[in-house]
Design a protein. Structure first.
Length: 69
C-alpha cells in the first residue's frame, strides 16, 4: 500500500504545528507559574498560544489546500 505524497505532507505539517503548540504551552507553564498555579499574565499568554495555534493551523490548511499534487 503506497501512501500519497499529499497525505505525508499533511501529517508532517500537522505534527510540526502540534509539537510547536505543546512547546509553547510548556514554556508558558514553566515561565508564568506561581505557587503551583498559573499567574494572570500566564493565562493571557496561554490564550495567546492557543490563538496562535488556531491561526497557524488555518494558514497551514489553506496552504495545503492550494498545493497541486
Amino acid at each position: 500500500m503506497e501512501i500519497e505524497r499529499e497525505a505525508i505532507l499533511q501529517v508532517v505539517v500537522s505534527a510540526i504545528a502540534f509539537v510547536t503548540f505543546v512547546a509553547a504551552t510548556v514554556y508558558v507553564a514553566t515561565t508564568y507559574s506561581t505557587n503551583g498555579g498559573l499567574s494572570p499574565r500566564g493565562g493571557t499568554a496561554l490564550v495567546g498560544a492557543i490563538g496562535l495555534f488556531v491561526v497557524v493551523m488555518l494558514g497551514a490548511g489553506i496552504w495545503l489546500e492550494r498545493q497541486d499534487f
